[in-house]
Design a protein around this ligand. Sequence first.
Ligand SMILES: Nc1ncnc2c1ncn2[C@@H]1O[C@H](COP(=O)(O)OP(=O)(O)OP(=O)(O)O)[C@@H](O)[C@H]1O
Ligand SMILES: [Mg+2]
Length: 422
Amino acid sequence: MQEYISAIDIGTTKICVLTAQVTYDGLGQLSLRLLGEGVAPSRGIRRGVVVDVPEATAAVGEAIQKCEQDAGRPILSAYVGIAGSHIGTRNSRGVSPVDRRSGVTSADMQRALEGARAVVLPENQAVIHTLARTWTVDGETEVQQPIGMNAHRLEVDAHIVTGSNTAIHNLVQCVGAHGIDVDELVLEPLAANEAVLRPEERRMGVAVVDMGGGTSDLALFIDNALAHTAILDMGGNHLTNDVAVGLRCPFETAEEIKLRYGSLLPERIAPDETVWASVFGEKAERSFSRRFICDVLEARAAEMIETLADKLAENGWIDRLPAGVVLTGGCSQLPGFAELGRSTLGMPVRVGAAQSSLPIAGLTRTLLTPSYATSVGLLLWGLHEDARSVHQRYEADHGNSSKQKWMGAAARWLKALLPDRD
Ligand SMILES: Nc1ncnc2c1ncn2[C@@H]1O[C@H](COP(=O)(O)OP(=O)(O)OP(=O)(O)O)[C@@H](O)[C@H]1O
Ligand SMILES: [Mg+2]
């Protein structure tokens, strides 16, 4: 079991590093106490992917340093979020024979998952997660926990998440350069789900969308298991860009205007309300109609929600999500996103952030906003991992001492064995 858990969320706009101490209440419940947080603006990251290793490494270093100072202790290893359009997902099946005398063992489950994982990958892709969706024991489907069941044959429906070797390598390098081991790479929407979804939503069927600066990352949960993931190439920067183009002003000015005056409910803005901004080529500021700015934002946001609707319509997912959609990430804070989502998608839509009821003491107000849901979720992912003593169990079983834990199968196998993360 780890005594400390740290998380590194490398986003397109900001990098957030958190470190926490694992606490044990004596009744078998593990929780966390936040020791430090460090946030720095991103550099060298585009659409969730490292595009300039030295720049990104320096920015990551800044956030790490702030967090270490805040916590008063160094970070040795961390759970690191991964996203970007290089991410691929697919479903796959694996089978294992079972010895009737012993019933299903964890080794059988591992063997089935290994089979599922043995898919032919496109060139330059590596497996990041192998997550069990459902188990089938001798034809009996939807078994939650097959261990010990008397059977001949065990099958698994697994969800495989892959990423580009280059993107993975660059990300690990940015963290490793600071002497920090990667405990595990975690797909960002999976981390976000830990922080924002309620157990009953995950049981009923829900989509979580982490709307960041560069991308919007989607994860669907049905019957308590991950059903589908996708990365949508759109985020808050697209909204800011549209304002910058519409007003012919610098990106930074447009960002400030978006944050201060932006809304997706233009009909609620007085038609004569004006906003002043400096534009290219003119010394004096110019005035703009606030409603015009909000119309620009609404047009792009509507396109974003329509893209989401198309994704949800694929394979009929939309009919399997009675709990609707939970929007999170910085971009979801634009007033009116939930309303726009509800009217376009025709289903429940709410904006979610980490809740103060989570098993983490000391979360600051900033960390309880949607912008930091993924960062907090990474800590929770680590906590759940720790609760299952994943690394220890694996290392005890296999004597693995590899530094490159992200490549090691430990976390993948054991998490996949235990898909219920409530
Ligand atoms: N209060 C707010 N209202 C509207 N937009 C906001 C608000 N706060 C942040 N944003 C927007 O959210 C975006 C950043 O979100 P977030 O911090 O989740 O992104 P990130 O994690 O850096 O990026 P990504 O996850 O896409 O790589 C920016 O576009 C920013 O303008
Ligand atoms: Mg993010």
